[in-house]
Design a protein around this ligand. Structure first.
Ligand SMILES: C[S@@+](CC[C@H](N)C(=O)[O-])C[C@H]1O[C@@H](n2cnc3c(N)ncnc32)[C@H](O)[C@@H]1O
Length: 230
C-alpha cells in the first residue's frame, strides 16, 4: 500500500508515474489527494518545488498532513482549485494528472494554462485520452505500463508540439505500449483490451462502418501476430 514510512512508498502505478517525470525546478500534481507523489519527487531531489492541487478540501487536508509529517510544507504549495486553474502560466515545468478517468484528464488539459510537458495516468478510457492528445497537438513520448494485481495501468509522458493528427480509432487502443514496455507486460495489457476491441469492431460493423470495422480487425490480427511471438 501507499503510505508514509521512513520514505514515501508508492504503488506501482504511481511509481511508474514518478519514473516518467523528468527532473526540473517545479512540478504540479493535479488531483494530488495525499500528495505522496510530489512529496517523493521533492524528497528525492527530482524537483526543487511543487504545487499540489486538488478540487476538494478533504484531499488537500490529507496532503497537508503528509507535508507536515515530512517537513515539506515550505517546498510544496497546496492549492484548492479545479484542474489546472490554480496554476499560473509557465509556473510548472511539468504537470502530472494521475488516478482519474481518461476523459476527465482530457477535460482538465483542455481548460487551463497549457502544459508543455505532462505525465498522465488514466484509470479508464485511455483510448479517448490518446485521441484527445493527438487532436490537440500533444505527442506521446513514452508510455509505461504498471501492473497492480489484476489491473494494468498505463502512464503517458506527453509534450505539446502543436502538430495535430487524427489517428484511426483502432490505433488509439494501442498507443505506444508495444514500443515502450517489456513484451510480457504489453501482451497482458493487449489481451485485456481484446474484449473492448471486439466490441468496437462489431459496433462499427453493425453500424455499416466497414472501414472502421476493418481497422479494428487489422489491429486484432496485429495483436494476434504479436502474441504468436511468445
Ligand atoms: C483517485 S484520487 C488520485 C490521487 C493521486 N493523484 C493518485 O493517482 O493516487 C483523485 C483525486 O483527484 C481529485 N480530482 C477529481 N477531479 C478533479 C479536478 N477536476 N481537478 C482537480 N482535482 C480533481 C479528487 O478530489 C481526488 O483527490
Amino acid at each position: 500500500m501507499t503510505g508514509i514510512e521512513r520514505e514515501i512508498v508508492l504503488t506501482p502505478r504511481l511509481e511508474a508515474t514518478y519514473a516518467l517525470l523528468e527532473s526540473g525546478d517545479t512540478v504540479a500534481d493535479i488531483g494530488t489527494d495525499h500528495a505522496y507523489l510530489p512529496a517523493r519527487l521533492i524528497l528525492d531531489g527530482k524537483y526543487r518545488r511543487a504545487v499540489a492541487s486538488d478540487v476538494a478540501p478533504g484531499p488537500l487536508e490529507n496532503a497537508g498532513r503528509t507535508l507536515a509529517a515530512l517537513g515539506l510544507s515550505d517546498r510544496i504549495s497546496l492549492r484548492l482549485a479545479p484542474g489546472l486553474k490554480g496554476l499560473s502560466e509557465g509556473e510548472a515545468d511539468a504537470v502530472c494528472v494521475a488516478g482519474m478517468g481518461g476523459e476527465l484528464i482530457a477535460s482538465i488539459l483542455k481548460d487551463g494554462p497549457r502544459p508543455d510537458l505532462a505525465v498522465l495516468q488514466p484509470m479508464t478510457r485511455e483510448e479517448k485520452l490518446r485521441r484527445f492528445l493527438a487532436e490537440e497537438g500533444y505527442r506521446i513520448e513514452k508510455e509505461r505500463l504498471a501492473r497492480e494485481g489484476e489491473r494494468i495501468y498505463t502512464v503517458l509522458r506527453v509534450r505539446f508540439t502543436g502538430e495535430i493528427s487524427r489517428p484511426r480509432e483502432a490505433r488509439t487502443y494501442l498507443g505506444r505500449v508495444l514500443e515502450d514496455n517489456p513484451p510480457e507486460l504489453a501482451k497482458a495489457y493487449l489481451s485485456k483490451k481484446k474484449a473492448a476491441l471486439y466490441k468496437a469492431e462489431s459496433g462499427h460493423k453493425s453500424a455499416g462502418q466497414e472501414e472502421e470495422a476493418a481497422a479494428f480487425r487489422a489491429l486484432r490480427e496485429e495483436i494476434e501476430e504479436y502474441e504468436k511471438g511468445f
